[in-house]
Write a protein that binds this ligand. Structure first.
Ligand code: RUQ
Ligand code: CUA
Length: 653
C-alpha cells in the first residue's frame, strides 16, 4: 500500500517537473529549425497535403481533419455533439443521430478514430470513433466526411477500449472502461467485487454498406478495460484488451487500482466466439440501445431502439479468452505489423512488456497456466514474453510502428517519444514532446502497412507553446519526420478539444472518392422541392410547412404571410445547386435553433416556433455569390386569432 502511494506521488511530481519547464530550456531554438525543416512542412498555396489526419476532438465530441505535413485544419466533422456551424444535431434530419436510450444526448467525449481496413491496410472507406460517456460508436463516411451511423453500446460504462477494427473490418470492438452491473440494475456500490461485470462488445460491420450491428458481447470480470487492438496476420482472429483495476476496487482508485504488480491483457479469440454463437452457446439478454442511421437517399436519420443482445460467458466457452499477465496497469496495447508482437504499455512501469503471439499459442497448447480468474485461464508470464524494453522512459501509454522494424512509444510522464527496435528491444532514439504526450499517430501505424514518414504526437499540455489565450489553451499536436535514423521535430499545431488519438492515411486513398454534390434527382427527402415551380407553403392545423428552394441568389419564396403566433413552422429548404462547394444557409430572426447549412442537392429542415407577431427577416448565412447579401426575405407573423390568408411569393407571381 505504502509503496503504491509513493509511486503515485512520484508520478505526479514527475508531471509537474516535466510540464513546468519554460519553453526556452526545452524547445529547440528557432535557429535549429533550419529552412529545410520549414520546407518539409510547407505546402505551397494551391497544393495538397500528402496525408489526411483524422484527429479525435475529445471533449468537443467532434472529429477534426488535418492535412499532413502542413497541419492545416481541413474540416471539423460533428459526431457526438451538436454543431451550430453545420446545423448538425439542430436540424430535424440529424437530430435522431444523437438519440440514445437516455434520450437526446447532444454531447460526448470522443476518443479514438479508427480507419476501416482491408487485408490489414487502411482502405479509406470509413473512419469510426467512440463516444466514451454515453457509450456509442460512430461511423463516418469518407466520401462525404459526414457521420453516417451511430450505435449505442448496451451494458457498458465509459466506452474507452473502442473502436478498434479487425483486419478486414469484420468487427469494430467496444470495451467497457468501467465495470457496471450486468444488466444494469440498482445495487450497492460496495458489492462491486465479483458482481459488477465488464462487457466487451463486437460490432459487426457489413462489408458493402458499413452498416453496424451488435454481434455479441463477451461477459468479462469486473475489471476496467482500457484499450484494445485486434491481431493481424498470424494473430488475425484475436483481439487484445488491456485491463486495470483487476483489484476490483470501487473507491480511492488511484491507490486501490494500483495494488497488483500485474494486470492482464485479455486475449479474445473472436473466431472461436463465432463458433460458439453458431452452436447457440449464447444467452440473449434484454438490453436497451439506440441504433441511428443517416439515410443516403433521404438525408434523414432514423433512430431505432434495440431490445436485446447476445452474450457469451467465457466460463462456459473454453478457449474463448485467456489472460496475459502484464505489469502495471497497462494502458495501450499495440500489435506490430506482422501480428507477432503484442506491446503492453504498463503506465506505472518504466519497462515495456512485449508478448509473443506464437508463445501465447504454445502456452495455450501446453496448458501453461498460472491459475485462473473467474474461470479464465491466466498464461504463465515467463512463457509468453518475447522481450522487454528496459527503462525506456516514464509512464508509457501508446505505441505505433513505422513498418521498418521500429516501434515508437509515448511516455506521458517523461514527456517524450521513444523509438525502439522490434526484436532487439533496444532504444534507438528519443525526442522530447511539448508537453505530456498521450497518443501518437503514424499513418497506418497500427495496420499491417505503416507509412512511416511522419509521426504526430498528441499532447495533453500546451503551456508556453503559443501566444497565451487566457487560462485555457488548445491542446497541441507535434509533427516529427521519422524517415531518418533520428526523429526530427518539424511543426506544432493546435487541435480542437483533446486529441486523444488520430489516424492518418495517404490522401490518394480518399480524395478521389470524395463527393462534390448530391444529384438532385436522387434526393428522396419527402419534403424536397426539386424545382422552383414547386415551392409552396402548406398549413395543417397549426403545423406549417414551407417548401423553399435556394439557388444563387435567391431563396424562393421570399415573402410569406399567414403564419401565426403559436404555429409550428418547418422550413424545408432544398439547395438546387449542382456544383461543388456551393452550400446555402438559412436562418430566421428569433428561431430557437442553429442555422441550416444545406449542401447542393440536399434538403434540410429548420423547426421554428414564432412567439411574437411581427415581420421576421430571414437570409442565407453562407457567402455564396456576389448577390449573397440580397439572398433574403420576410415572414409575416400575425396574432394567433388573425385571419391573414396563407400567401407566398417571389417577385411578381
Ligand atoms: S486514451 S491518451 Cu482514450 Cu490514451 Cu487518450
Ligand atoms: Cu446563398 Cu448566400
Amino acid at each position: 500500500m505504502k509503496k503504491s502511494i509513493k509511486t503515485i506521488l512520484c508520478l505526479s511530481i514527475g508531471i509537474t517537473m516535466f510540464t513546468g519547464c519554460k519553453q526556452n530550456t526545452q524547445a529547440p531554438s528557432n535557429s535549429a529549425l533550419a529552412s529545410d525543416v520549414a520546407s518539409k512542412v510547407y505546402v505551397a498555396p494551391g497544393e495538397y497535403d500528402e496525408f489526411y489526419a483524422f484527429v479525435s476532438g475529445g471533449f468537443s465530441g467532434q472529429m477534426s481533419v488535418y492535412g499532413i505535413p502542413s497541419g492545416r485544419l481541413l474540416k471539423v466533422i460533428p459526431v457526438f455533439s451538436q454543431d451550430a456551424e453545420k446545423g448538425y444535431g439542430y436540424n430535424e434530419e440529424t437530430k435522431p443521430m444523437l438519440n440514445t436510450s437516455f434520450g437526446f444526448i447532444p454531447w460526448d467525449d470522443a476518443h479514438h478514430p479508427e480507419l476501416s481496413q482491408t487485408a490489414g491496410e487502411t482502405d479509406g472507406r470509413w473512419v469510426f470513433i467512440n463516444g466514451n460517456n454515453t457509450p456509442r460508436i460512430a461511423r463516418i463516411d469518407l466520401t462525404t466526411f459526414e457521420t453516417a451511423e451511430i450505435i449505442e453500446i448496451p451494458n457498458s460504462g465509459g466506452n474507452h477500449s473502442s473502436p478498434f477494427t479487425t483486419e478486414n473490418t469484420e468487427y469494430v470492438v467496444a470495451g467497457t472502461r468501467f465495470a457496471v452491473p450486468y444488466p444494469q440494475k440498482d445495487m450497492s456500490i460496495k458489492e462491486y467485487k465479483g458482481n459488477f461485470k465488464g462487457a466487451l462488445t463486437f460490432i459487426d460491420v457489413e462489408e458493402e454498406t458499413g452498416h453496424m450491428e451488435v454481434a455479441f458481447q463477451v461477459l468479462m470480470p469486473g475489471f476496467n478495460y482500457d484499450l484494445a487492438h485486434s491481431g493481424k496476420g498470424k494473430s488475425h482472429g484475436w483481439t487484445f484488451f488491456t485491463t486495470y483495476n483487476t483489484e476490483e476496487s470501487n473507491t480511492l482508485m488511484e491507490v486501490g487500482a494500483s495494488q497488483n504488480d500485474k494486470d492482464y491483457i485479455a486475449a479474445i479469440n473472436w473466431k472461436k466466439a463465432e463458433e460458439y454463437i453458431e452452436q447457440g452457446k449464447f444467452k440473449t439478454i434484454p438490453a436497451q440501445y439506440a441504433h441511428n442511421v443517416y439515410d443516403e437517399k433521404t438525408h434523414i436519420a432514423t433512430s431505432e431502439m434495440k431490445k436485446e443482445v447476445r452474450v457469451l460467458d467465457p466460463a462456459e466457452c473454453p478457449g474463448l479468452v485467456y489472460f496475459l499477465p502484464t505489469p502495471k496497469s497497462p494502458h495501450g496495447v499495440d500489435v506490430d505489423p506482422t501480428g507477432e508482437y503484442i506491446v503492453g504499455n504498463g503506465k506505472l512501469s518504466a519497462d515495456l512488456t512485449v508478448h509473443s503471439f506464437s508463445k501465447v499459442l504454445a502456452a495455450i497448447e501446453n496448458n501453461s497456466f498460472d491459475g485462473e480468474a473467474y474461470g479464465i485461464p491466466i498464461l504463465k508470464m515467463d512463457e509468453i514474453v518475447a522481450g522487454v524494453v528496459e527503462q525506456a522512459g516514464l509512464g508509457p501509454l501508446h505505441t505505433e510502428f513505422d513498418g521498418k522494424g521500429n516501434a515508437y512509444t509515448t511516455f506521458f510522464i517523461s514527456s517524450e517519444v521513444v523509438k525502439w527496435n522490434v526484436g532487439s528491444w533496444e532504444v534507438a532514439d528519443r525526442a522530447p514532446t511539448y508537453y505530456s504526450v498521450g497518443h501518437l499517430m503514424i499513418p497506418g501505424g497500427d495496420s499491417k502497412k505503416p507509412e512511416g514518414k511522419y509521426l504526430v504526437a498528441l499532447n495533453k499540455i500546451t503551456k508556453d507553446r503559443y501566444l497565451p489565450t487566457g487560462p485555457e489553451l488548445n491542446h497541441s499536436a507535434q509533427l516529427y519526420d521519422i524517415s531518418g535514423d533520428k526523429m526530427e521535430l518539424l511543426l506544432d499545431f493546435p487541435t480542437i478539444g483533446e486529441p486523444h488519438y488520430a489516424q492518418g492515411i495517404s490522401a490518394s486513398k480518399v480524395m478521389n472518392k470524395s463527393k462534390k454534390y448530391y444529384p438532385i434527382d436522387d434526393n428522396a427527402h419527402p419534403h424536397a422541392t426539386k424545382s422552383e415551380s414547386d415551392v409552396k407553403v402548406v398549413r395543417e392545423g397549426n403545423v406549417v410547412r414551407i417548401y423553399m428552394t435556394a439557388i444563387r441568389s435567391h431563396l424562393n419564396p421570399d415573402n410569406i404571410e399567414g403564419i401565426k403566433v403559436g404555429d409550428k413552422v418547418y422550413v424545408h429548404l432544398t439547395n438546387l445547386e449542382q456544383d461543388w462547394d456551393v452550400p446555402h444557409g438559412f436562418s430566421i430572426m428569433g428561431a430557437q435553433n442553429a442555422e441550416l447549412l444545406v449542401m447542393p442537392g440536399q434538403t434540410e429542415t429548420l423547426y421554428w416556433e414564432p412567439k411574437q407577431e411581427g415581420v421576421y427577416p430571414f437570409y442565407c448565412t453562407d457567402f455564396c455569390s456576389a448577390l449573397h447579401q440580397e439572398m433574403q426575405g420576410y415572414i409575416r407573423v400575425s396574432p394567433a386569432n388573425a385571419n391573414v390568408p396563407l400567401k407566398w411569393s417571389m417577385g411578381d407571381d
